[in-house]
Design a protein around this ligand. Sequence first.
Ligand SMILES: [Zn+2]
Length: 125
Amino acid sequence: MSNKRKLSREDARRVLGRSLEAEPVLVGVMGTYEMWVKGQVMFGVPVIREEYPAELKTALERRRRAMLSGQCDCGARLRVVRQGTQIDHAAGCIASDASLDAIAARHGGRSVRLPDDAFSDPWET
Ligand SMILES: [Zn+2]
């Protein structure tokens, strides 16, 4: 057998970059998150529940669309980071982390966002 080398960061970036072009596929639901796979990248998007306040639904719908399509209405694009994928929403975008936190605070709930919306780490074996 050939020696198994770790994926270099550059290789990983290329693989992830290609993955972002792939069609998203729903693989399952974990708690309040739907797990999706895009190429070799897995990420979670929040499930939108009926009882959520309207503004939270709006924010989450936009966030989901951004994750699944690779681009948000605010212009932010899904990009590859060490932890997997990330979208840096514009300040003031309703789907931004700050906005989701603010909405949660207004409604007395915990923010539903994950620290980042991805779980894959191609540099770990
Ligand atoms: Zn945005």
